[in-house]
Write a new protein. Structure first.
Length: 67
């Protein structure tokens, strides 16, 4: 994954999260698109990239009929 990619990351082999990936020399920043969520910072050895998000599917919802 490259800097800025949206990834599925596993932290410490147990916790997974979907965030934007920004690797550094000693640590990784995982930054959410949602401003209400916190940025996560971990040492490189604690983060495993499981995959890269390439598309998000939002099913079409039917609009309610107007009365």
């Amino acid at each position: 994954a490259m800097a800025g990619d949206v990834v599925l990351a596993r932290i410490d082999g147990e916790y997974s999260t979907i965030k934007r990936f920004f690797p550094g020399k000693k640590e990784v920043k995982l930054i959410p698109d949602n401003p209400e969520c916190k940025t996560l910072v971990y040492p490189l050895k604690q983060v495993e990239i499981i995959g890269k998000v390439v598309q998000v599917y939002h099913p079409v919802r039917k609009k309610k009929a107007r009365e």
